[in-house]
Design a protein around this ligand. Sequence first.
Ligand SMILES: NC(=O)C1=CN([C@@H]2O[C@H](COP(=O)(O)OP(=O)(O)OC[C@H]3O[C@@H](n4cnc5c(N)ncnc54)[C@H](OP(=O)(O)O)[C@@H]3O)[C@@H](O)[C@H]2O)C=CC1
Ligand SMILES: Nc1nc(O)c(N)c(N[C@@H]2O[C@H](COP(=O)(O)O)[C@@H](O)[C@H]2O)n1
Length: 224
Amino acid sequence: MHVVVNAAMSADGKLSSRQRDQIAISGEADFARVDRLRADSDAVVVGVGTVLADDPHLTVKDEQLCHQRLERGEPEQPARVVIDSKGRTPDDAAILDDAATTYVCLSETAPIDRRMELANRAELVTAGDDRVALLRAFAALQEQGLEQLMVEGGGELIFSLFEVGLVDELRVFVGPKLIGGRDAPTLADGGGFIDEFPLLGLERVERLDDGVLLCWTVDSYSSH
Ligand SMILES: NC(=O)C1=CN([C@@H]2O[C@H](COP(=O)(O)OP(=O)(O)OC[C@H]3O[C@@H](n4cnc5c(N)ncnc54)[C@H](OP(=O)(O)O)[C@@H]3O)[C@@H](O)[C@H]2O)C=CC1
Ligand SMILES: Nc1nc(O)c(N)c(N[C@@H]2O[C@H](COP(=O)(O)O)[C@@H](O)[C@H]2O)n1
């Protein structure tokens, strides 16, 4: 399995505003790059915080890219995955429509009524007691043939994926906006690292729209 985390952040490192409203940080060229990355992935993954804040569709928008997927013998759209311990994904969420297969990864705490509703619209994966156990959930996704995973956020999920060592690459578009706010989501929120820190290798820097794309590999974890 290969996991690429992709996100767009403001010049001051925020993924959205303190009200958690979706903010267009990327420009046209970066959104097109994200579309190509989705098209090259078996699945696009988000946390339930992103579903509740943005109601994303997580589909490939360019019809030619969808056509190329079909020509490669792949489903027209990559699968969509939401990491959602308690089954808080709303029944009318855009990611539950029939545009693509959707997996909802739950923990044992998800109530039975939520499981039954979600099972009508998605494939369910259960891993973990309180929170979704990410290593087990991703292993279950791999068993379903999902090898190339793209994670779009948000900051809580991205931190947890780094914490368990599941991230192979990080691609960040830094856009020409300043959002501010100490409580606004950042690229990696969660509890934060205090001892061992993931170390990144810079692979590529590219000027895109009026911002910069940074592509990193995750090399190792080191203590300071
Ligand atoms: N600019 C960009 O590129 C992007 C911006 N965003 C922005 O980010 C914000 C949402 O991010 P955020 O609030 O951090 O939410 P996330 O999307 O990261 O979802 C976090 C939630 O996932 C659930 N979860 C279940 N298991 C785990 C686990 N093991 N580790 C971490 N989370 C787990 C938790 O809810 P529970 O306990 O209920 O399961 C948790 O609260 C929005 O404002 C959105 O607009 C989002 C994506 C991209
Ligand atoms: N790459 C990128 N740039 C931005 O500026 C963004 N705000 C986001 N947000 C992510 O895109 C999702 C929306 O997807 P759909 O257009 O609905 O398919 C959103 O939920 C964030 O994950 N990304």
